[in-house]
Design a protein. Structure first.
Length: 367
């Protein structure tokens, strides 16, 4: 049996969890389309941040986010969203704004949620962002992991792909976390559009294979493991209509053989019937055994963006609280399912909502 996770005791650190990544302003046209919208609702969101935001807002943990913004009203708006979500803002790096965004900017993400046969779609405007300009040596990791202390550190492939330097920052952070005994997790989150201008899939695999050496808990979906690590999943067609668990078991076996430092590997299983109906479940390998969540065929989706991040936060909460992979994968799958019933990248679920769903509860009215 492989070695389990060694999470520091609750109360021994200032932070239960910390993230590293970009936090953008999401502009949401509601039920309409980006290219015909006359008004947008705004939210905050980012693949890595969404995880610690869920841990704070849904599960009540103390979290902080390492990120950077241009110091202008848009950056301060995103900071205000973070404050509303309860995530600590003391590890934001503020870059002096040049007045028009020629040198530094804040990321914008236009996202429409899709419906029926029309899939969700995003249009990101994130060039020259403050966080993409982070370089090794700019963040005081000894302060975060040493003086303050962090029980769990999460980052991911979106941040690693932002620029030629962010992958090095990611590795620097993971090494510092490991030095201080902090558990590390990484969501592969492969996005071809982010890698296109800095070396494409070949570069993505080279970067992610190096990062993987410092990760305790690797998270991703079937596309991520293939595109980012080059590990194929047997029996999966191009449209992801069939997701055989045995194929994922073999894929995980290959991943663990290549990276014996992996203590756990988790993946969501999403078969898209339409933008608003998905089959949804998850699996998690831990200490030599594979655990599968409750399956939710025909899950009705309101806004799928952030569902995988909410899965990750539920999974992390389960491991930190119970050290039980069966509970962790079910908390993750339930939290992800609930997050997709409301708009925005971040979860609006409560821990009671998650525990009700984990326990087999229905959608009957609570009175």
């Amino acid at each position: 049996m492989s070695e389990g996770l060694k999470v520091k005791a609750a109360g021994s650190c200032q932070w239960d969890a910390a993230s590293l990544g970009e936090i953008m302003l999401r502009l949401d046209p509601g039920d309409g389309r980006i290219h015909t919208a006359r008004e947008f609702k705004v939210w905050e969101g980012g693949g890595e941040y969404n995880v610690v935001r869920g841990l704070r807002r849904c599960f009540g943990m103390k979290t902080t986010a390492v990120t950077a913004f241009a110091d202008n009203p848009v950056g301060r708006l995103v900071e205000d969203f973070m404050l509303q979500g309860g995530v600590d803002t003391s590890h934001i790096s503020w870059a002096k704004f040049d007045g028009i965004g020629r040198e530094v900017r804040n990321g914008l993400n236009f996202v429409e949620r899709g419906f029926g046969c029309r899939g969700a779609r995003s249009c990101a405007d994130r060039g020259l962002t403050a966080v993409s300009q982070l370089k090794p040596g700019m963040i005081d990791w000894e302060k975060l992991f040493g003086a303050e202390g962090v029980r769990w550190f999460h980052t991911g492939g979106i941040f690693a792909a932002l620029s030629e330097t962010t992958a090095d920052v990611c590795i620097e952070a993971l090494k510092a976390a490991k030095r201080h005994g902090t558990v590390t997790s990484y969501d592969l989150n492969y996005r071809a559009s982010l890698w296109k201008s800095i070396g494409g899939q070949v570069k993505a695999q080279a970067v992610n294979r190096e990062i993987a050496k410092y990760v305790d808990v690797m998270i991703g979906n079937e596309e991520d493991f293939t595109a980012a690590l080059g590990i194929e999943v047997e029996g999966v067609d191009g449209n992801m209509t069939t997701l055989p668990v045995e194929g994922f078991r073999k894929m995980i076996d290959k991943a663990v053989a290549l990276y014996p430092n992996f203590k756990a590997v988790a993946t969501t299983l999403r078969s898209v019937k339409s933008a608003t109906v998905n089959d949804w479940s998850a699996i998690c390998w831990y200490r030599g055994a594979l655990h599968q969540s409750i399956q939710r065929p025909g899950l009705e989706i309101y806004d799928r963006v952030g569902g995988g991040d909410s899965f990750a936060s539920g999974l992390i909460y389960g491991f930190m609280t119970f050290d039980d992979a069966e509970k962790a994968v079910n908390y993750g799958a339930a939290h992800g399912a609930l997050a997709m019933t409301t708009p925005g990248d971040t979860s609006m679920a409560t821990k009671a909502d998650v525990e009700k769903l984990v326990g087999g509860g229905s959608a009957r009215v609570d009175r």
